[in-house]
Design a protein around this ligand. Structure first.
Ligand code: DLZ
Length: 165
């Protein structure tokens, strides 16, 4: 679904499971910090709005989006009580191919974690052409992709729970 015209913060609360018993991890990349902090706030608020308590949210920071993969893997291994993890980053296109390698690496890496580990990892990495696009999607005119990721994390936590029975 295209994000143009869609407010990333909007969701139907009646379709989101009650999350008060769930535990979440959030890994935040420090590159483009003004964007990733906005995304973190969106994700955190969405979890809280749906009943998650502060004590059930653990946050780790990493230097850049490329490091999200390792940290999410370590989080899966060391906090097996978590119900879902949200990986937050912001990659902005520059003049070199670095953008392509980071985007490719992080998206494939997080996909691999979802294939090989039991705790779902939500992809909340913005991949934008410029800073304005990133601002618009991290609490600006297109809403906050962090909110969307928070809701996705709750839905995946519920799916994982239901799949056990
Ligand atoms: C090196 C780099 C560049 C050029 N751009 C970004 C970016 O836009 N967003 C981001 O999250 N990280 C970037 N990085 C850092 C890499 O993700 C990584 O931290 C370094 O390559 C070290 O492994």
């Amino acid at each position: 679904m295209a994000t143009e015209g869609k407010n990333l913060s909007e969701y139907d609360k009646s379709r989101v499971p009650d999350a008060k018993e769930f535990r979440f991890g959030i890994v935040v990349a420090e590159w483009n910090e003004e964007i990733t902090e906005g995304l973190f706030q969106g994700a955190f608020n969405a979890l809280k709005e749906n009943g998650v308590i502060n004590e059930n949210i653990v946050r780790w920071n990493v230097p850049g989006s490329f490091e999200l993969i390792y940290a999410c893997k370590k989080m899966q291994e060391s906090y097996d009580m978590l119900d879902a993890i949200i990986a937050i980053g912001s990659v902005i296109e520059g003049e070199t191919k670095h953008f392509d390698f980071v985007c490719q690496g992080v998206s494939q890496g997080i996909k691999d974690l979802n294939v090989h580990h039991d705790i779902p990892v939500i992809f909340c990495v913005l991949t934008d052409k410029n800073m304005q696009q990133a601002i618009d999607r991290s609490g600006g005119k297109h809403g906050n992709k962090g909110s969307e990721a928070g809701v996705a994390a709750i839905k995946m936590a519920q799916l994982r729970k239901d799949a056990r029975f």
